[in-house]
Ligand binder design. Structure first.
Ligand code: CA
Length: 388
C-alpha cells in the first residue's frame, strides 16, 4: 500500500488531510513537528511526503534538506504545504528540491491530483535510476573484461618474445625447430584469442542478423563432425554419433549452430583422456507435453565426453576466461572464451545450453526450440562409431 507522511503542526488540518488520504486507500502517518517528521521519514520511509513550511523545532526547509542528503530518503517525492501569500517561501522550497507545492487552503481534488501526479512521475524516476544502476554495473563488468582480456593477450605475446630470444641463441637445428614450433603455436593462440574476442564483440553488438534455414541434420551434422574425426584419432579417442533418421529438419541459423557444436566437440576432444569416448547425440522428445515442458517442443544436441569436472567449477564454466583448474590435465590450453561464446550463441538462437558432470562423464546439452507441427522421430538409441 502507498504510504504517505503528513508533517503539519495544526492538528485540525493534519487530521483532515490524514482522513482524506486514508479514505482514498493510502497508508498514512502524521507528524506534528519537523523533528518528529524527519524521524518518521527515516525510520519508516514513506512513498510521498506532504510537509508544512512553518513548523516548530525544525521547519520544512530543514526537513527537506536532511532528507535529500540521505541516499535512502533522497528520492522520496516531497510536496510543500504553504500559506497563500508566501511566494518567496515557495521559491526557496523548490530551490531546495521540493517536487511540488500546495497553497493552503486547498481543495480535496487539488490535494489528490498533486499526489497522483507525483507518484506517477516517481515510477518513471525509479525506473530511470534502476536503468542507470544496470548500466553502471555493466560498465564495471566491461572494465573488468577489458583488463582480463589485455592480460590474456599479453600471455602469448610474452611467450613469442621469449621464443624469439631463444631462437637467436639456438645452437643446433633441433633447437631451432623447437623454437619455431613454439612460435607458431603461440601465434595461433594469439590469433585464436583475438578472433574469439571479436566474435564476442560482434555477438554483443548484434552485428550479424540471424539467417535461419532448414537444416537436414543427416548431412549437416556429419559435415560438422568431420574435422573432429582426425582431432580425436590423434589422441586415440573414439568419437560416436547418434542422429536418428526421422528427426525434424529444424530451422536454425547454420553458422551459429555450427559454431556451438564445433566448440563443444573441440572442448570434448581437448579435455578427454587419450583412449576416452566422445558422443554426439540428437534427440527430440515426442512424449513431452506442454505441461511438463513449458518451453514447447525442442530439439536437443548432447555432447558427452569421458571426463568429469568437479561440481564446484561448473557454475563458472560459462564465465569469460574461466578455466577450471583441473580439467586441462593434458595442457590443451583453451582460452576460456569457447563456452562463453557457446552460451551467448545458444541464447541468440532462443535456446539454452546446460552442463552436467557425474560418474566419469561430462555432458553439454544444447536445447533449441523447433516448430511444433513438424514430424518428430522416436529416437532409436543406436550409436555409430565414426572415426574407426
Ligand atoms: Ca505551520
Amino acid at each position: 500500500m502507498t504510504k504517505i507522511l503528513v508533517i503539519e503542526d495544526e492538528p485540525p488540518l493534519r487530521e483532515e488531510i490524514l482522513d482524506i488520504l486514508e479514505s482514498e486507500g493510502f497508508d498514512v502517518m502524521g507528524a506534528e513537528d519537523g523533528v518528529q517528521g524527519l524521524d518518521l521519514a527515516q525510520t519508516t520511509p514513506p512513498d510521498l511526503i506532504l510537509c508544512d513550511i512553518m513548523l516548530p523545532n525544525a521547519d520544512g526547509y530543514a526537513v527537506l534538506s536532511s532528507l535529500r542528503q540521505n541516499p535512502d530518503t533522497a528520492l522520496i517525492p516531497f510536496i510543500f504545504l504553504t500559506a497563500k501569500a508566501a511566494r518567496e517561501s515557495v521559491r526557496q522550497g523548490m530551490d531546495l528540491g521540493a517536487d511540488d507545492y500546495l497553497t493552503k487552503p486547498f481543495r480535496t481534488d487539488e490535494l489528490l491530483n498533486a499526489i497522483t501526479s507525483r507518484l506517477t512521475k516517481q515510477v518513471a524516476i525509479v525506473q530511470i535510476h534502476q536503468k542507470v544502476a544496470q548500466l553502471q554495473h555493466s560498465n564495471l563488468l566491461k572494465d573488468e573484461f577489458l583488463e582480463t582480456a589485455s592480460q590474456e593477450l599479453r600471455r602469448p605475446a610474452t611467450n613469442i618474445i621469449m621464443a624469439l630470444k631463444l631462437l637467436r641463441q639456438a645452437s643446433n637445428p633441433e633447437q631451432t625447430q623447437r623454437y619455431i614450433d613454439s612460435l607458431q603455436q603461440e601465434c595461433s593462440r594469439e590469433i585464436n584469442l583475438i578472433d574469439d574476442l571479436l566474435d564476442l564483440y560482434y555477438l554483443g553488438a548484434n552485428e550479424r542478423p540471424l539467417q535461419p534455414e532448414k537444416l537436414n541434420l543427416q548431412t549437416w551434422i556429419p559435415a560438422i563432425i568431420e574435422p573432429f574425426k582426425t582431432q580425436s584419432r590423434k589422441r586415440q579417442q573414439t568419437l560416436w554419433s547418434n542422429i536418428p533418421p526421422y528427426l525434424p529438419m529444424p530451422i536454425i541459423d547454420a553458422a551459429d549452430f555450427k559454431r556451438i557444436l564445433s566448440e563443444l566437440l573441440n572442448n570434448a576432444c581437448k579435455y578427454t583422456a587419450p583412449g576416452g569416448k566422445i558422443v554426439l547425440e540428437a534427440r527430440c522428445d515426442l512424449t513431452t507435453s506442454e505441461a511438463t515442458n513449458p518451453d514447447g517442443k525442442t530439439i536437443m544436441f548432447i555432447v558427452s565426453n569421458e571426463a568429469e569436472i568437479p561440481n564446484e567449477f561448473i557454475p563458472n564454466l560459462f564465465q569469460p576466461f574461466y578455466r577450471a583448474p583441473e580439467i586441462d590435465r593434458w595442457q590443451q590450453g583453451g582460452n576460456g572464451l569457447g563456452l562463453t561464446l557457446v552460451e551467448k550463441l545458444a541464447q541468440r538462437l532462443s535456446g539454452k545450453v546446460q552442463i552436467s558432470s557425474k560418474a566419469g562423464w561430462t555432458q553439454f546439452t544444447l536445447q533449441l526450440p523447433i516448430e511444433t507441427n513438424l514430424p518428430v522421430a522416436l529416437a532409436p538409441t543406436i550409436l555409430n562409431e565414426i572415426n574407426s
